[in-house]
Ligand binder design. Structure first.
Ligand code: NAD
Length: 490
């Protein structure tokens, strides 16, 4: 693409596409081929955030007065439009973020399925009607919107995550300021375009692109914003929670993970290795639910390692638009350096590297941010590679003596997002469901995979107790009002 044909995208504020007050733009590039620029985006300032919040406030009274079923129908129409646009958007997503096309289609499909699910929730945003303990009285609850919502999203699910926050916030009657990650502003822009095409009134959804630090602080720190929803790193989550906590505003945080698969001596090793490879190397290890530890019973660890290493060696790297490719690039070169730094950390702690461990080079790979699929074996739970979120295609295998040790190791990190166990023993499976400290648990499957009609989220430092998706989504985005009605005879 020549410079002349590269489009410049704008913020969307108060129903208008507009330039930032800064007059400065930044480029979004293809991490598989960095010479390709997908577009220029507004490098916005706190002034733009202020304008977006004012627009969202102005649109709030009419939007909250719009019947919830009508609000839901707009979301449903957006889901149907996304279905029509799925292939185009999936290809853009692969080019902007790097994940292979079949995963990009999955990203779109999650947004579509959830849009259909939550669109219908406009007709069933339930409260309770319960008997009173007092004669001639009835009690009920109503759900009300919170107000202006600030939504801050990461780059690893560039369409699904903005959709699964924005859709329920809107159905619940809030107006929104959306700040997407700077690595993937294009897909967030496409989502906003789709919602506008579906009939969303001006000012109800506002988009501001640009740097997380300054824009994030401006959005999070503004008392006119009733709730912040952030998906991102635990470090940024802590910062956001502190700011919201000072003036008691609600914030929903979906944060990092150090997800484990436990493989028991009676587990199916072929299935477990295939699951570890898919959950460890899929999306180049950049899913929040990616498997980055495999905790394996001593009795089967050699047989398991052999299988996992073979699968790691088979991964074909390249640009994800090619259907032959298994693993795309990391999202940018900075991430390559960050993942690479963990290689020495692991080796110097005594872990054995086999295979991988380097930025992937040669031919077309030189043009992008590629890293080899990597397996560390002989890892112990105290090593940093077993405790810290690496967010790349790196799997650490930790041998253990049995079930109790496996559970203790699985629970030993600060995170608690997703965990899996492979066992053929039903009793072991049920004990694991009870014993694992994690928001998501998988039995005989890898640590990834959400279904839009089920709650999604983590415990400990992986979140702050909120759940996205499922029936919980509308509840997240609304306030409960309890009403007591007395009707004694007069
Ligand atoms: P990040 O924390 O760097 O950024 C997330 C978002 O926060 C971006 O939009 C960024 O611009 C913004 N941001 C940065 N500084 C900010 C600040 N001071 N105030 C407010 N916002 C700020 O995370 P990332 O690198 O984009 O995403 C990867 C992380 O997200 C990983 O830790 C991953 O585990 C996590 N994640 C979690 C889930 C989940 O559901 N639990 C899902 C996807 C990703």
């Amino acid at each position: 693409m020549t410079t002349a044909t590269i489009p410049t995208y704008q913020n969307h504020i108060g129903g208008e596409w507009c330039d930032s007050a800064s007059g400065v733009t930044f480029a979004s590039t293809n991490p598989a081929r960095e010479s390709e620029t997908l577009g220029y985006f507004q490098r916005s300032t706190p002034q733009d955030i202020d304008a977006a919040i004012r627009a969202a406030q102005a649109a709030l009274p009419a939007w909250r007065a719009t019947p919830a079923p009508e609000r839901g129908e707009i979301i449903l129409r957006a889901a149907l439009l996304l279905e029509q646009r799925r292939e185009d958007y999936a290809r853009l997503l692969t080019r902007e973020m790097g994940k292979v096309l079949k995963e990009a289609r999955g990203d779109l499909q999650t947004a579509i399925d959830f849009g259909k699910f939550v669109g219908a929730a406009g007709r069933r945003a339930e409260g309770e009607t319960v008997p009173s303990g007092i004669r001639d009285k009835i009690c009920l609850t109503l759900r009300e919107p919170l107000g202006v919502a600030g939504i801050i999203t990461p780059w690893n699910f560039p369409l699904a995550i903005p959709a699964w926050k924005t859709f329920p916030a809107l159905v619940a009657g809030n107006t929104v300021v959306l700040k997407p990650a700077s690595d993937t502003p294009l897909l967030a822009t496409k989502l906003v375009e789709t919602l506008i095409d579906a009939g969303l009134p001006p000012g109800v959804l506002n988009l501001v692109t640009g740097p997380g630090g300054t824009l994030g602080d401006a959005l999070v720190g503004d008392p006119r914003v009733a709730m912040i929803s952030l998906t991102g790193s635990t470090e940024v989550g802590r910062h956001v929670a502190e700011i919201c906590g000072r003036d008691l505003r609600r914030c929903a945080l979906e944060l990092g993970g150090k997800n484990a698969i436990i493989v028991m001596d009676d587990g199916n090793l072929d299935e477990a290795a295939a699951a570890a490879a898919w959950a460890g190397f899929g999306t180049t290890g950049q899913r929040c639910t990616a498997t980055s530890r495999v905790i394996v019973h001593d009795a089967v660890v050699d047989a398991f390692n052999e299988r996992l290493v073979a699968l790691a060696k088979k991964q074909k790297l390249g640009e994800g638009l090619d259907p032959q490719i298994d693993m795309g690039p990391l999202v940018n070169r900075g991430r390559v350096s960050a993942v690479d730094a963990y290689m020495d950390v692991g080796k110097s702690a005594g872990a054995r590297l086999s295979p991988g461990g380097r930025p992937a080079r040669g031919g077309a790979l030189d043009e992008g941010a590629f890293f080899e699929p990597t397996v560390f074996t002989d890892v112990t739970p105290d090593m940093r590679i077993a405790r810290e979120e690496i967010f790349g295609p790196v799997v650490a295998v930790i041998p253990v003596a049995g079930y109790d040790e496996a559970i203790a190791v699985a629970n030993s990190t600060e995170y608690g997002l997703s965990c899996a166990i492979f066992t053929e023993n039903t009793r072991t499976a049920f004990r694991a469901m009870r014993d694992i400290q994690s928001g998501l648990i998988y039995i005989n499957a890898g640590t990834t995979g959400a279904e839009p009609h089920l709650p999604f989220g983590g415990v400990k430092a992986s979140g702050n107790g909120h759940r996205e998706l499922g029936d919980t989504a509308i509840k997240e985005w609304s306030e409960v009002k309890t009403i007591f009605v007395s009707y004694p005879r007069v």
